[in-house]
Design a protein. Structure first.
Length: 118
């Protein structure tokens, strides 16, 4: 089991910045961590992911505004969000992909609300 604790959401004006944090209870067998978001009435979508090897991948809508990073020593992943837009408003969820034997499993945080006002 991996517990994920998120922090850093809130209300910000358009053009502003927020930094989300996600702390994992352990790092063993975690092969990737990332952020997803879900807006009301929409499906959950990938925002950004970082692998154990440090490779990153971003959704097209990020367009250079967001940066995912990690502190390996603290089992923590960050999402720096700049130039926020009202359409970025959503609940942001931290995700960890964990190898259980040879099978990957998804663990999720409780979610943190990000609201961007126009």
């Amino acid at each position: 089991q991996v517990q994920l604790v998120e922090s850093g959401g809130g209300l910000v004006q358009a053009g502003g910045s927020l930094r989300l944090s996600c702390a994992a209870s352990r790092s063993t067998s975690i092969i990737a961590m990332g952020w997803y978001r879900q807006a009301p009435g929409k499906q959950r979508e990938l925002v950004a992911v970082i692998t154990r090897g440090g490779s990153t991948n971003y959704a097209d809508f990020v367009a250079g505004r967001f940066t995912i990073s990690r502190d390996g020593a603290k089992n923590t992943v960050f999402l720096q969000m700049n130039s926020l837009k009202p359409e970025d408003t959503a609940v942001y969820y931290c995700n960890a992909k964990v190898l259980l034997g040879a099978i990957p499993a998804d663990y999720w945080g409780q979610g943190t609300q990000v609201t961007v006002s126009s």
